[in-house]
Design a protein around this ligand. Structure first.
Ligand code: 5AD
Ligand code: SF4
Length: 478
């Protein structure tokens, strides 16, 4: 039984979108040349996955993908609002795209995603970017065919940033995934946590989980299509299922997917420490296909700051989680997010963050300078540290992590690791390691060996390491 909170978009509404897709296909069929679309994505993996849905709809309409915005008849920019820097970059790029309209009046420019879901941003686009045709927020993504058809049929500019606090889940619309063996699979949308610095809950709405059977169906399709590295996505996967009322939690879902036969890996992100459990770590440790990789953002090592961030755990609890996860998975690859310069952060608070970094021994750290987001509680909090002090902390954090990172990478020397060969080196210099692969934990390995094949698993021996990558040779090949 679905709880009152989460609604599924009705089958009639989905059928209507398919009808709009077909009508656009009909409109385009009279053209002499093939129309093209160009998508650009800012921000997180969830946005990448959303763009794949938009691309899927566009391809069904009859548009072909292009890498060159100048060749496009439809441009879609999927935006991010997490930090100010991303918003500025989006506005810069919109200036360039809207110029393209001077030479090409058969161009429809669309903006979607988190940044434009904010009312003040939608207003800004309305006033300052008159050549943007369609602006639609995160809640309207599934209505894209309807919006595009209206605009192509002569409607005036469209702004659809209506929100729905209960949120909706849409199933049954197409997806165009990137080439290669990796696929994103969204298992839930939205966030209920309201960390005080974060804009996400305001722009993506409340948590809503897809039904386990819908996820499993898509998962099986991916395996059947040959995808071998599948990342389950959610803002906080650890609260998966709470809104469904089925008694199924994230660990149950993982265990269910892990039973699907085949040669593949499952990863997931992001895990909020307040909901991470021993049950999850046990499921990971006992799984057949589940990567021993955990992204567990701690944000700050100071209990005082964590409280003001509304994170609902303290440093001691976080440490106990890492200890438990490492006990169950000694080969765990661990990563985290950290915010430096949260309002009121003192040098003493920052020292606690450094201590946590030393304790955690992370393989990968994503470090961010705090960015004020209007409408969030932290934007109103008093701040004393100067920009220079914050930058200095940030630099010291990077230096600390670099030392840890080097040691962790060096520890792989001469070890044999299983990798999935997923691409070719983009190095401009001639290289003796022409292929790229990922370890079970997601670490990058540059590989060599005559028997290695794209899209296949192989054992390689690590012959050297750097901060950026491991370098491996196929076992039995030198
Ligand atoms: N400023 C800086 N970093 C932020 N993040 C979220 N909001 C902000 C902000 N206002 C970071 C957090 C989160 C990651 C996705 O982005 O570390 O985990
Ligand atoms: Fe933002 Fe916190 Fe939700 Fe992550 S858990 S999306 S940081 S509010």
């Amino acid at each position: 039984m679905m709880s009152k909170q989460t609604r599924q978009v009705s089958q009639e509404q989905i059928a209507h979108q398919w009808d709009c897709i077909n009508q656009i296909q009909h409109l385009l069929s009279v053209r002499a040349d093939a129309p093209h679309f160009y998508c650009q994505t800012f921000g997180c993996q969830q946005n990448e996955a959303d763009t794949e849905r938009i691309a899927g709809m566009l391809r069904e309409m009859g548009y072909e993908p292009t890498d060159d915005p100048k060749n496009a008849n439809v441009i879609v920019v999927n935006t991010c609002a997490v930090r100010e820097h991303a918003e500025k970059r989006v506005l810069g790029i919109m200036g360039q795209y809207t110029h393209l309209k001077e030479e090409n009046d058969d161009l429809t420019i669309c903006m979607c995603g988190c940044m434009v879901q904010q009312e003040h941003m939608a207003e800004k686009i309305k006033k300052s970017y008159p050549r943007v045709d369609i602006v639609f927020g995160t809640h309207a993504l599934w209505r894209f065919p309807e919006l595009l058809l209206r605009r192509l049929s002569g409607s005036k500019r469209i702004f659809d940033i209506s929100g729905d606090d209960r949120g909706e889940i849409s199933e049954g619309l197409p997806v165009l995934r990137g080439q290669g063996c990796h696929a994103w699979l969204s298992i839930m949308y939205g966030c209920n946590n309201f960390c005080t610095y974060c804009i996400v809950p305001y722009v993506r709405g409340r948590e809503r989980s897809r039904k386990p059977e819908d996820i499993e169906r898509e998962f099986r399709e991916l395996i059947a299509e040959g995808y071998k590295d599948i990342t389950l996505l959610g803002q906080n996967v650890n609260s998966y299922g709470k809104d469904l009322g089925l008694g199924v939690d994230f660990a149950d879902l993982l265990a269910r997917l892990d039973k699907v036969p085949g040669e593949y890996r499952i990863r997931f992100m992001t895990s909020h420490p307040k909901d991470a459990s021993d049950k999850l770590f046990e499921t990971m440790a006992n799984g057949t296909h589940i990567s021993h990789q955990l992204h567990l953002p701690f944000q700050s090592g100071s209990d005082e700051i964590l409280k003001r961030m509304n994170r609902h755990y303290d440093a001691a609890h976080y440490r106990s989680l890492i200890q438990s996860a490492r006990e169950k998975m000694p080969d765990l690859v661990l990563s985290s997010d950290i915010i430096v310069g949260f309002p009121g952060e003192t040098e003493e608070d920052f020292q606690k963050t450094l201590e946590m970094v030393r304790f955690g021994q992370y393989d990968i750290l994503y470090t961010f300078l705090y960015s004020k987001r209007s409408g969030t509680p932290a934007a109103e909090m008093p701040d004393s540290a100067t920009k220079e002090e914050k930058q200095d902390r940030f630099d010291r954090l990077l230096a600390e992590q670099e030392t840890i990172n080097a040691a962790r990478q060096e520890a792989y020397q001469d070890r044999i690791v299983r990798v999935l060969i997923d691409g070719t080196s983009n190095s401009k210099q001639p290289t003796d390691h022409p292929l790229t692969g990922r370890t079970d934990g997601g670490l990058l390995v540059m590989c060599r060996g005559d028997g290695l094949k794209l899209g296949e698993f192989a054992d390689v021996r690590i012959e050297r390491t750097s901060l950026r990558a491991l370098y491996g040779v196929e076992v039995g090949n030198g």
